[in-house]
Design a protein around this ligand. Structure first.
Ligand code: AGV
Ligand code: CA
Length: 315
């Protein structure tokens, strides 16, 4: 029996790589994808999502476009990456068939969850806006989620928000809509968190990207290698390395032993110069927090998943 997954992403290069991985995992039934208009231009992000599903033979998976926005927009320089991904030749070999929902993402997500026969896994690798709306508008959604796997936060390390009037302690997915994260943390949904504490350990290195070269010619490895190559240049221009934030989080669904976890009590700061910070607090809610990663094993996992060659060694 495969496990039902609903997936919400926000269209960055790492999100699209995550979708590509997800389509390859055995034992997982991807039931629906929602796109949050956060770290992307939503139209090309939805388009690229449908094209990836087409390329992966998963055009039966429906997609819903998000319309709810948080208060702190992402830099436009990052959001345009979705245009570049959507234009990649490997994604434009034929028309994508995946259906786009008539409902906006938040309403569609609620409908999917309410209709689920058993509690499901929800993977969210962008802000939590859609889920927060579901919890407020359809309280019965809460008991339909067996586990929320979320990329976000920075617990014992610095954040990645570099904006005026902010102290830099927050991670972007929480910062985009701090109130939404606060709402989800106030629920009783079990949360498995992949904060920067863990994802800082898997930067997109030149070695990792080049390891896709020998597999050139198979569509999914070509796609993944291209998405990864497009992340380069960030460190040189901003001082922040692009990491496998979302793809590490996604890989947890296939290989949960790749990380070590700590049960942490924390809360979300919703206003002021630290808004979006996830801070340890004795009165905070318990989350299962990824802290240590076997980075080499993760890089190998990506290559093996996408090439279909088990035990492939990057040497
Ligand atoms: O904070 C990490 C989140 C992840 O979900 N995103 C990127 C991943 O999709 C925001 C982000 C932080 N730094 C970035 C980001 C950067 N340098 N470029 C693009 N997005
Ligand atoms: Ca993301």
């Amino acid at each position: 029996m495969s496990r039902a997954i609903y997936f919400d992403h926000d269209g960055a290069l790492d999100d699209l790589l995550s979708l590509t991985l997800l389509t390859r995992y055995r034992g997982i039934a991807l039931k629906g994808v929602t796109v949050t208009p956060a770290d992307c231009l939503v139209e090309p992000a939805v388009s690229a999502t449908r094209k990836i599903l087409e390329l992966a033979g998963a055009h039966h998976v429906p997609v819903a476009e998000g319309t709810l926005a948080g208060p702190n927009p992402f830099p436009l320089e990052w959001r345009v990456d979705a245009l570049r991904a959507d234009a990649l030749p490997v994604l434009n070999q034929r028309e994508p068939r995946a259906r786009v929902s008539e409902l906006p993402a938040h309403e569609q997500l609620a409908q999917w969850l309410l209709a689920a026969p058993e509690p499901v896994t929800l993977l969210m690798i962008g802000p939590l806006t859609n889920l927060a709306w579901c919890l407020d508008s359809h309280p019965a959604v809460e008991s339909k989620i067996a586990e929320l796997v979320f990329m976000g936060g920075a617990v014992d390390v610095g954040g990645n928000v570099d904006e005026p009037d902010h102290d830099g302690t927050a991670e972007w997915n929480v910062y985009w809509d701090p109130q939404a994260a606060h709402r989800v943390f106030a629920s009783r949904i079990p949360i498995t968190l992949f904060p920067l504490d863990a994802t800082d350990q898997v930067p997109i290195t030149s070695e990792f990207v080049r390891s896709f070269g020998p597999h050139y010619g198979t569509p999914l490895t070509d796609l993944a290698g291209s998405l990864l190559a497009m992340t380069f240049g960030g460190f040189e221009t901003t001082g922040f390395a692009y990491c496998c934030w979302d793809s590490l989080t996604t890989s947890y669904l296939a290989e949960p032993e790749m990380c070590e976890f700590e049960d942490v009590r924390c809360e979300v700061v919703t206003s002021g110069v630290s808004q979006g910070r996830t801070v340890r607090s004795e009165t905070g809610r318990l989350v299962k927090c990824a802290k240590k990663v076997d980075a080499q094993r993760f890089y190998r996992h990506c290559l093996e998943t996408l090439t279909g060659i088990p035990e492939f060694s990057t040497q």
